[in-house]
Every structure is written in structure tokens, then in C-alpha cells.
Design a binder for this molecule. Structure first.
Ligand code: HEM
Length: 396
């Protein structure tokens, strides 16, 4: 037995909106602590806001996927990121790709998209209203809005969207076997590559077409498209659904959203802080690093608890309260440092449109089941709800 005392990553959530049980105690008593990984690796866990930001800003900690150990049972061992998938790369490789992409996430495109996103949002609400109560908010609203948005952004044609979505959903499941994941991955990659070839032949106004004008290969472009699908779907969908659940359970706060529409930007930031749907990030030390009074040795993996950091009382007073009027600056819901979420402006536009439109359309919206019956995604790499049964009074 190892002489070093190590814990395993807490994952149980007695309260659907709070970080897993035990993280608050760790943050108070041992904000950096030894963590035992399921593959036998002995690494670290950091839980305080200060240490989380420190690791994410320190280039001696690498995001390279082949170096990392994963703190939960996982069927995918670390392997090098395929060309283009820069979320698992370090600068300067990551920088080159990221710059090409930021050139495509332009203010102009986001402005045009904002108008489209409002239309897409209203259209989904029309369908939901027409169908009548009750509804699963995930299926009727939270999942389709980001799906249509990302498909329009990339330029996935209407008839191919359902297949893309089904495969993207299959990839997000941690219970899929390695063989299943590889076969879905290869199929999506082939689909993306066909799309890239089509865009090269007939460029339109979408992001993939724009990127074909760079010096990226078809393989790189296909992987980038694939990464954007993976990063932009379940994240925004779960923020929309879990955020709605949280608002319904905090009527005093929901009143603020209804009565102070000018505050919507702040509402979105506080929901991002309070819910922090990415349960953890990982980095691996490239050399020995002193961190919070401990020595992290080269090749040790550090698990970064962004949910715990966003509830740190040293940074956010009364952190466990959902307070739509609070100052949320410095929250790490989109990460921090060179990998900070590339799609954050897009996600914000979707949420700023989504929550107010939903509660405007259905002023009497409420849960259709007891809150304890809402199935939580504690088993998924992105937290949220599997479904959210809701109902409303007939006239909206
Ligand atoms: C509310 C929704 C979202 C949340 C909470 C979220 C969260 C995050 C976080 C925490 C990271 C950092 C990962 C790390 O440091 O290892 C990240 C990276 C990233 N996100 Fe998001 N994300 C959201 C929506 C989106 C959308 C809509 C897109 C694109 C369409 C997107 C694209 C990306 C990409 C490409 C990266 C990698 C950036 C890099 O490595 O340089 N995300 N996201």
C-alpha cells in the first residue's frame, strides 16, 4: 500500500445544483491534495479558486491529451490529439489553430448569428407551444437550439443534421466501449471530411467554408469541425436545461430575470458560476512545480475542480447562494488561460436569448415531476440533466 494518503474524485451530488459532496471540505482543509486515479496513477486535485487559476495560467502544466490521466473511470486512454484538435495540445501548436479559428468567430458572424439564434429559439418555442404541455425541455428546447446553431455555423446541410447529432450524442456517453467510440469517431470523421470536401468545392458563408481558405488540410478541418460539434452541443444544451431547472427552484431569482430584462448578461454569468457544468479539467506537469506548498513532480496529473473553485468563499461571498445580482467576475465556468473556451461568446448569445424567451413564452412554466425525480447527468463528462419534464397552463 502507498504511504501517501490519496482520495478518489468525489462525484455524488445530493443537491443537483451543488458541486459533488466533499469538495467544499477539501477546499477548506486541503486545497491541493493527492488524488488516486482509476488507472493507478497518483496525482493531485486542486479545489481553491486561487490554485485552479494558477494551474490553468501556468504553461508548465500541459493540456496534451497523451500525457494525462483521467480521474474517473474512462474507456479512453490518453492518446495524442489528432491534427486540428487543439483542445488537447499546447502552444505553439494550439496557438496556430486557435488563431485561425478566432478569425472565424468574428464579431460580424456572432452579430449575424445572434439574430438567427433568436429566430431559432422562437421557432423551437413555437413547436413546443403547439405540441402543448407537458414537455421534456431537453428534447423540445435545450438540445435542439444549440444543435441547429452549431450546424448552421459549420454549414451542415439540413438533411445530414440528424445523423451528426445522433453520433455526437453517442460519443458523449462514458459507458460506450472503446470499440464503439472508435467506430463512431471514424464515422463522424468521414462525414466531416465529406462536408469539408463539399465546402472546398462550393464555399458558402459558413465557418468551415471560411476555414477552407486557410492552409489547413482536409483532415485538420474535419477534426476541427468535429471538435466544435463536441464542444458546443452538450455544454450549451445542459446550461439551458440545468439553468432552467435552477431558476424554477429559485422563484425569487427567477423574478429578477423576469422583472429586470436588462440584467440578462449577469444572469447568464451567475448561472455559469453557480452550475459549472464541466466537472473537472486536467493538466499534467511538464517539470517539477511548487504549487500551494506541495511539490508536483514532472508527469503528475493535476485534476482541476472548476465547480469547487466557483464556490470558493474567498472569491465569492456566500458562494452557495444563487444570486443573480452578484459580481461574478473571475468565474472559471469557461476555464482560464490559453484554452479558455473559444465558443464562450456564442454560448452566451444562446443563453441570453434562451432563458428570457422561454419564461416570456411560458409564464406559468413549472416542473411536471418532483425535483428529486429529475434525472441528473452525474454519470456524464458534462453535467446537467438527462431530461427536464415541464408543464404550463394551456394558454402559454
Ligand atoms: C455554456 C457552454 C459552454 C461551456 C460551459 C464551455 C466550457 C469550456 C471550458 C471549461 C473549456 C476549457 C477546456 C480546458 O481548459 O481544457 C472550453 C474550451 C473550448 N470550448 Fe467551450 N464551453 C461552452 C460552449 C462552447 C461552444 C458553443 C463552443 C463552440 C462552438 C465551444 C468551443 C470550445 C473550444 C473549441 C474549446 C477549446 C479551446 C482551446 O483549447 O483553445 N464551447 N469550453
Amino acid at each position: 500500500m502507498s504511504e501517501i494518503e490519496a482520495i478518489t474524485l468525489p462525484t455524488a451530488r445530493p443537491n443537483p445544483f451543488d458541486p459533488p459532496d466533499g469538495l467544499a471540505e477539501l477546499r477548506a482543509s486541503a486545497p491541493i491534495t493527492r488524488l488516486a486515479y482509476p488507472d493507478g496513477h497518483l496525482g493531485w486535485l486542486v479545489t481553491s479558486h486561487a490554485l485552479v487559476r494558477e494551474v490553468l495560467a501556468d504553461r508548465r502544466f500541459s493540456a496534451r491529451s497523451e500525457l494525462r490521466h483521467v480521474p474517473i473511470e474512462s474507456t479512453s486512454p490518453g492518446r495524442p490529439s489528432p491534427p486540428g484538435m487543439f483542445i488537447g495540445m499546447d502552444p505553439p501548436e494550439q496557438t496556430r489553430y486557435r488563431h485561425l479559428l478566432t478569425g472565424e468567430f468574428t464579431v460580424r458572424r456572432m452579430r449575424l448569428l445572434a439574430e438567427r439564434i433568436e429566430e431559432i429559439t422562437e421557432h423551437r418555442l413555437d413547436l413546443m407551444e403547439r405540441q402543448g404541455p407537458p414537455a421534456d425541455l431537453v428534447e423540445a428546447f435545450a438540445a435542439p437550439v444549440p444543435a441547429v446553431v452549431i450546424c448552421e455555423l459549420l454549414g451542415v446541410p439540413g438533411e445530414e443534421r440528424a445523423d451528426f447529432m445522433a453520433e455526437a450524442a453517442a460519443l458523449g456517453r462514458p459507458d460506450a466501449t472503446q470499440e464503439q467510440k472508435i467506430s463512431t469517431f471514424l464515422s463522424m470523421q468521414a462525414r466531416m471530411r465529406d462536408l469539408v470536401v463539399a465546402k472546398r468545392a462550393e464555399p458558402t458563408d459558413d465557418m468551415l467554408s471560411g476555414l477552407t481558405r486557410s492552409d489547413l488540410t482536409d483532415e485538420e478541418l474535419a477534426n476541427i469541425g468535429f471538435m466544435l460539434l463536441g464542444a458546443g452541443l452538450d455544454t450549451t444544451a445542459n446550461m439551458l436545461a440545468l439553468g432552467t431547472f435552477a431558476l424554477l427552484r429559485h422563484p425569487g431569482q427567477l423574478a429578477i430575470l423576469r422583472e429586470e430584462p436588462g440584467r440578462v448578461d449577469q444572469v447568464v454569468e451567475e448561472l455559469l458560476r453557480y452550475l459549472t457544468i464541466i466537472p473537472f479539467l486536467v493538466r499534467t506537469a511538464l517539470e517539477d512545480v511548487e504549487l500551494g506548498g506541495e511539490l508536483v513532480r514532472a508527469s503528475e496529473t493535476v485534476t482541476i475542480s472548476t465547480p469547487a473553485a466557483n464556490r470558493d468563499p474567498d472569491r465569492f461571498p456566500d458562494p452557495d447562494a444563487l444570486d443573480l445580482r452578484r459580481d461574478t467576475s473571475g468565474h472559471v465556468g469557461f476555464g482560464h488561460g490559453v484554452h479558455q473556451c473559444l465558443g464562450q461568446q456564442l454560448a452566451r448569445v444562446e443563453m441570453r436569448a434562451g432563458y428570457p424567451a422561454l419564461f416570456r413564452r411560458f409564464p406559468s412554466l413549472r416542473l411536471a415531476v418532483e425535483p428529486e425525480q429529475v434525472p441528473l447527468r452525474t454519470d456524464m463528462l458534462i453535467y446537467g440533466v438527462h431530461s427536464l419534464p415541464v408543464t404550463w397552463d394551456g394558454q402559454g
